[in-house]
Design a protein around this ligand. Sequence first.
Ligand SMILES: [Zn+2]
Length: 155
Amino acid sequence: MIAVSWLNSLTFYRDDIVPLLLSKVEKNIDTDCWEWLEDIKARYPAVWTHGGMVNAHRLAFVMFNRKLAPGEVVRHICDNRRCINPLHLLAGSQADNVKDMVKRGRLVSKLAPEQVKEIRQQRARKEPALALATRFGVSASTIYNIEHRKSWKHL
Ligand SMILES: [Zn+2]
């Protein structure tokens, strides 16, 4: 991965990078996530540009939001690692990231099995994922994962 200094040398909204990023995602109409289409080989999608590999979500953050300070990590507020929607990305320190993960872990485990079944029934009736996320106090990607049995598989 390329150092933050390289990312920060880029100007906001580069015409040679933004279309490349947008060509690699599909917008999820339920969650508004911009989901990476190619296989992810590491933890996050990566893109080859200007002679190096860079995390796609970090690049999207710099292109659409602002430059990153040294040590800042880019977090997903949607919990979707494939997503590069700049509105779903938040920059902060590594410490914030850990705190956030702990908090999210509590949010996810807060769901009871009956609620998980309810979420699946509601999704089958075309109830919007975002409305369910708000109602159950979880992220839209949690709803997506429940619906597609990527989580709570045993139910
Ligand atoms: Zn997202």
